[in-house]
Ligand binder design. Structure first.
Ligand SMILES: [Zn+2]
Ligand SMILES: [Zn+2]
Length: 388
């Protein structure tokens, strides 16, 4: 590979000129193509992608476009590679990078932001004011892997050093892809809502963020942590991750059940991960006066809201965008200390070449799939050789 002399590479990690990458064509259409391997710029590294987790947002991007935004519009037929929850191995260092070394295993946070707007300067780069502005005359250098720049359904990806978290020894590639999911829950609980030890919490909806929300909240000392959902299998995963109580909303009224568990007082905080149409109202009725709600999922229709209840009870409502305030680093720290086992939510692994099948497993929840991970095959081959 002919990178400029400022880029540091290593013979131990030879880099080809071309790589395999999944590219989005028309809505719902993915094709595996050859693409050039990009050179890392200043403050960037080249990551050899080892594993990528599939997220509900991937399914939305591939089927309908947003929140991905390429060249100011929808991401279709623009040679765009989706995939944002990935981990891998550093194989090249751009100019000025000495924070990381070639060969280190890292997991990445999705948003690098632009680095020059007010929100990025505040550390809120998931709320970058220049979202999608990284092209033509409006180039602010914004980066969000798999949303405004190429993502991880490929062999290699370029990443800013600020988005990298080291993967501790002993953590599997699959578990490392879940750091950013735990980080999204962490941001919702700590930075947005200020959850502290001893506060009570309801998590509504046992999807990946909800389940890891339970795990992170327990690791942070929340008490009690109550999980609501419709499927007993998912609620059992919540118990495995530390939930003190689970409520199946098909059998019990969740607001009444939460009130009963908390002696009529309600909880301090609700992390809403169900996206149900009445979820905000139910969340508002579950919290106590002065309580907080963080909305991590949403209904696609507009929904009526009991504003009077929110106002009269001094209730806070937060919308969450991604793994804000570099929560990836804090989530990685909890996972490195084995404060919870995120791999409880990893259910399936496929080869990268089988991405369409993996996406179908995630979309249709085949075999109760929660987190489906795709791996680059050469990794599997290399591991096979090492084991012989
Ligand atoms: Zn995601
Ligand atoms: Zn910005």
């Amino acid at each position: 590979m002919a990178f400029s002399s400022e880029v540091i590479t290593s013979e131990a990690h030879p880099i080809p000129d071309l790589m395999q990458a999944w590219v989005l064509g028309d809505p719902g259409e993915l094709a595996r193509r050859e693409k050039p391997v990009q050179a890392p710029g200043r403050a960037e590294v080249l990551v050899r992608i080892d594993a990528v987790a599939i997220c509900a947002t991937n399914l939305e991007v591939i089927a309908s476009g947003p929140p991905a935004m390429i060249e100011g519009g929808l991401p279709f037929n623009k040679n765009f590679t989706p995939g944002h929850e990935y981990m891998g191995t550093i194989v090249a260092l751009g100019p000025g990078v000495d924070e990381f070394a070639i060969g280190e295993r890292i997991t990445v946070e999705i948003h690098a932001g632009c680095g020059q707007c007010r929100r990025c300067r505040q550390g809120n780069h998931t709320s970058c004011l220049n979202y999608g502005l990284n092209y033509g005359e409006v180039d602010k250098g914004h980066r969000a892997n798999g949303f405004t720049t190429d993502g991880g359904f490929a062999d290699y990806a370029v990443n800013h050093v600020n988005t990298l978290a080291r993967v501790p020894e002993g953590m599997s590639d699959e578990e490392a892809t879940l750091v950013v999911t735990a980080a999204t829950a962490m941001y919702g609980l700590t930075e947005l809502g200020g959850l502290v030890a001893g506060e009570s919490l309801v998590v509504t909806g046992p999807g990946p963020i909800g389940l890891l929300g339970v795990a992170v909240a327990k690791a942070l000392g929340a008490e009690p942590v109550i999980l609501t959902g419709t499927r007993d299998g998912r609620l059992e995963k919540g118990l495995a991750l530390g939930a003190d109580h689970v409520i199946n909303v098909r059998r019990e009224d969740p607001v009444e059940a939460v009130r009963t568990i908390t002696g009529g007082r309600g909880v301090d905080y609700v992390l809403e991960c169900s996206g149900a149409a009445n979820a905000l109202n139910e969340a508002a009725y579950m919290v106590n006066r002065g309580g907080r709600n963080c909305l991590a999922a949403f209904s696609h229709e507009q929904v009526p809201v009991d504003v009077a209840h929110l106002v009269r009870n001094n209730i806070y409502v937060y919308g969450i965008r991604g793994e804000g305030r570099s929560a990836t680093h804090r989530a990685a720290a909890l996972m490195a200390q084995k404060r919870f086992d995120a791999s409880v939510i990893h259910t399936h692994t496929f080869a990268m070449s089988e991405l369409p099948t993996a996406l179908r497993y995630a979309r249709e929840r085949i075999e109760d799939a929660i987190k489906v991970v795709v791996r680059n095959e050469r990794q599997a081959a290399a591991r096979g050789l090492a084991a012989e």
